[in-house]
Design a protein around this ligand. Sequence first.
Ligand code: ADP
Length: 501
Amino acid sequence: MFAKSIRWRLQLWVAFLLACVLSGFGVAVYQLQRVHQLNQVDEELGRRAAALSSALRGESSPRPFERGPRGPPLEPGPGGPGRDNGLFPPPPDRPEPRPPDEGGNRPFGPRERRLSPEATRMFDAAGTNNFYLAVWSYDGTLLKCSTNTPANLPCPERIATDTRLHARTRANDREAFHFTEMGDCVLAGCSLTAYANAMRRFTGLLLAVGGVVLALGLGGGWWLTGRAIRPIAQISAAASRISAGNLSERINVAEADNELGHLAAVLNSTFARLEAAFAQQRQFTADASHELRTPLAVIISEAQTALARERKAAEYRETVEGCLSTAQQMRRLVESLLELARLDAGQEAMKPERFDLSRLARQCVDLVRPLADRRSVKFDLDLPPVECLGDAERIGQVITNLLTNAVEFNRPEGEIRVLVDAEQSSALLQVADTGEGIPAEDVPHIFERFYRVDKARSSHRGGTGLGLAICKAIVDAHGGSIEVSSQPGAGSTFTVRLPLP
Ligand code: ADP
């Protein structure tokens, strides 16, 4: 479950990054602190070794060891001879130390060596304050050591002509030593227990701070990812409610002004389109039932009236003729519904072929001409040859429908102008009449199913309100477009655009 959850994956990644950064930072800080602490110990030891050296020489104030450029920190290493830490190079004006075994002024032997009273006082255990001191003569004989000096303290290995301060770590002790010009070895040391305790306390502090930062980072990360993915939960909850039937439900996008907010907005518009499609479907079913119920009611009522009493043959004939006409109207309606259903389902396969749109338009005009003649409507044709790609039979159905409407909604002795033209990327067909026109508020709905501007009049002439809807479905199936512009009282112009071959 954890591996699949986005929140947990993000949380694990944040935890991993934080752990890496914090441990890297902690190790660096720990090392710096360790070096700093050890340097402090070394400096204190160096000061004491210098004081002891000066006291041995009988000087009143200690000669400090001069510091050279800072090198790497002294490493507490295993016991044994100290290593040159490079921190205290010999002063340039200091005379070269004289090797003890060379001729001339030989250094004092163990028995000859005498410590000044000041130097002797420095070995008083009470005054050493946890530090211990030791002095060896040039031949390695321990001359003097403080009372707290560890037993069997080994004399550092002699480094010829080197009077610089060295440091070494033995077990839990840190020692600084140097060889005097006379060849004696002076050593100051101390236990590293206090240093180790300080480092332990510092480690504890680092761990505590690291733990707090880790907890804050993880808590903040958990809260942020929670906030970031909350819209996902909202989206899935809204989607569940919508799939349960509440199509008017929408996702609240106000809180998510990010990628998920955009996703929610896209889903909302999809839900809105779905809702509109479902509403249209419901309306269509209701309209279709209503349209079928009316002629059925007419047939039933006519039949009941005829059967109510004995009638003459002519009356029966009239009733049957009325029923027949109503049934034919029903058949037209059912056929139109079936055709629309097939077009919607994509079952009405279009047979694309090249055809001359002008020739087809002329054939359709010839088909409608008898109807136009009855109403004394004239045709004005502008039909240059234009090649077009599509199902000629279906396109002919569209043109005939538009021409029939142009005749029926025209004024008597009106005119119909039919124009075919080739545009840049499409073939154009226009049917313009001089009829009553369509009110502006009806224009956007004119291609909707069962939409009729004047329902009573349209029904009276046998219109179903499906003709333009079928035209639009056919043109859409060809990848074309159909639109209308109308001026009430002056006429309407229907424009169809179809793909060129
Ligand atoms: P009908 O079967 O009612 O003609 P249509 O879908 O063909 O159905 O037309 C829908 C409605 O559009 C018509 O009832 C009519 O009100 C309006 N209409 C269609 N063509 C024209 C036109 N050329 N002039 C004015 N109104 C029109």
